[in-house]
Design a protein around this ligand. Structure first.
Ligand code: IMP
Ligand code: MG
Length: 195
């Protein structure tokens, strides 16, 4: 009998499929933290997290890293009620910390067309950090428009619109403990998004 924890509908009726369970996410976050630590050694670095999407991932990843770290966040425009990138992303809220001559680790939930990570990487580079590395939980390689790869990648995924563990559709589903694919009929502008 399938485990109820792996049953998409048992987790949320709008999910067609679970790509990664809560346990799989936790295991990968731990091994990713080990990869990151092996690169930074014991040095301090500054985490720049792209909110809202990367909140869960950043919170879990940070707690697996015992280096001295600083945290700052950047907010970029979201997809709104769309499931595909429309136009050019814009920075809505930028850095508060000074990152000049600091080692920076930029974290996002998902690397899709690459436009967001490119925009933010360019902004950070202009502020003269000692180094800049990028880390994403998910990588949709098939959809890349900007030639850019992340230094640390949790999982490569197919070209499907996913939600949960911080990722949203029209700001919903971020609180799901797993990452799943939304049912096609749920990937349309919902009635509750009109207000
Ligand atoms: P990019 O600029 O096209 O690389 O898109 C990156 C941003 O789009 C991410 O920070 C996410 O917020 C959002 N995004 C891309 N794919 C998905 C998805 O499948 N589900 C939810 N958000 C996504
Ligand atoms: Mg995002």
């Amino acid at each position: 009998m399938p485990d109820a924890k792996d049953d998409p509908v048992a987790i949320h009726p709008d999910l067609a499929e679970v790509l990664f369970t809560e346990a799989q996410l936790q295991t990968r976050v731990k091994s990713l933290a080990a990869e990151i630590k092996s690169v930074y050694g014991k040095d301090e670095f500054t985490i720049v997290s792209l909110i809202n999407g990367a909140v869960m991932f950043t919170a879990d990843l940070m707690r697996e890293i015992d280096n001295p770290v600083r945290l700052d966040c950047i907010r970029v425009t979201s997809y709104g009620v769309h499931t595909k990138s429309i136009g050019t992303p814009q920075i809505i809220h930028s850095l508060t910390l000074d990152i000049m001559k600091r080692d920076v680790l930029l974290i996002d939930d998902i690397l899709d067309t690459g436009k967001t990570l490119k925009l933010v990487s360019d902004l950070i580079r202009k502020l003269s950090p000692s180094s800049l590395r990028t880390c994403v939980l998910l990588d949709k390689k098939a959809r890349r428009e900007v030639p850019l790869e992340a230094d640390f990648v949790g999982f490569e995924i197919p070209d499907k619109f996913v939600v949960g563990y911080g990722l949203d559709f029209a700001e919903r589903y971020r609180n799901l403990p797993c990452i799943g694919v939304l049912k096609p009929e749920r990937q349309k502008a919902p009635v509750w998004a009109s207000g």
